[in-house]
Design a binder for this molecule. Structure first.
Ligand code: SAM
Length: 280
């Protein structure tokens, strides 16, 4: 029984990082006319109303999208993200924050496809309703790892696999690496973007080390920690491991993350963009 609801956390500093990386990869795929598929393993509800009691209860979005909305920073990637969020809030007030499926669907062209899996009994129908009638989008109530076996490879050779578990279960930490391995066996030409939380630094480094040891030839680590490392009880930051990143991604994020750091990080926080090889 899953209890995690992304509606408590949507738009927080971790979502900002994840969705910026997601946008950068999709915009890169769009440079060619050839179609691509985004496979979103943990779709969530698709979109979140700011007025929702869950959002208001934690207020996490205030120190994420809340610090950025309505501004432009002269950084093309960050501004692209903010333009996308602004496009969903035409009244000029932040009323809705897009989840990863809505971000993908907003960016997709006619020829591209989005496929999502989600297991939660409340969030799955919300996700399904959100995309009812959009023929580019397929939504399945299915376990993420089973979904990768059932739905990969897609018909297109190009794509992004976004892996964003809630890490509610201990097994998520090990399932992610196995999931990426399985995905690559089926869909080797895709980019894989894995989100991870930073709660306990030692644990985070162990998680990253397992990816390095797995020997993926092209692995990029991106991290944005709003606060100094803590004792393991609260999330102080988050990161993304990107396998087969677009060749432009590291440079692009090296420009964007210092701007994010200025806006989102308190004293003791940090950002990081680092290609990883087996020696690290
Ligand atoms: N990717 C979404 C976004 O950025 O808007 C947020 C996803 S949230 C962090 C994780 C989601 O995964 C939750 O909605 C949860 O119900 C779902 N989930 C957890 N374990 C799952 C599993 N094994 N298979 C499919 N979905 C799962």
């Amino acid at each position: 029984m899953l209890s995690y609801r992304h509606s408590y956390h949507a738009g927080n500093f971790a979502d900002v990082l994840k969705h910026i990386v997601q946008i950068a990869i999709i915009e890169y795929l769009k440079k060619k006319d050839k179609p691509f598929t985004v496979h979103d393993t943990h779709g969530g509800a698709g979109s979140y109303a700011i007025a929702n009691e869950h959002m208001q209860k934690t207020g996490e979005y205030v120190d994420g999208i809340g610090r950025l909305f309505g501004q432009r920073f002269g950084d093309p990637l960050l501004d692209r993200y903010l333009t996308l969020v602004a496009g969903l809030n035409p009244v000029g007030h932040l009323r809705e924050y897009p989840g990863s499926p809505l971000i993908s669907a907003t960016l997709l062209r006619e020829q591209d496809r989005l496929q999502c899996t989600e297991l939660h009994s409340t969030d799955f129908p919300l996700l399904q309703q959100r995309f009812a009638g959009d023929k580019r989008v397929r939504v399945e109530k299915m376990d993420a790892w089973q979904g990768m076996r059932a739905m990969l490879p897609p018909t297109h050779r190009r794509g992004l696999v976004l892996i964003d578990p809630s890490y509610e279960l201990e097994a998520d930490y090990t399932d992610v690496l196995e999931g990426v391995r399985e995905g690559l066996r089926r869909f080797a030409t895709a980019t894989y973007a894995v989100w991870y939380p930073v709660l306990d630094r030692q644990r985070t480094e162990g998680f990253v080390r397992r990816f390095v040891k797995a020997g993926f030839p092209d692995l990029l680590r991106v991290e944005c920690c709003a606060r100094a490392d803590g004792s393991g009880r609260g999330m102080t930051g988050s990161g993304m491991l990107v396998i087969n990143p677009p060749y432009t991604l590291a440079q692009q994020l090296s420009q964007t993350l210092p701007v994010l750091r200025q806006q989102l990080c308190d004293v003791g926080g940090h950002t990081l963009v680092k290609p990883l090889t087996a020696e690290h």
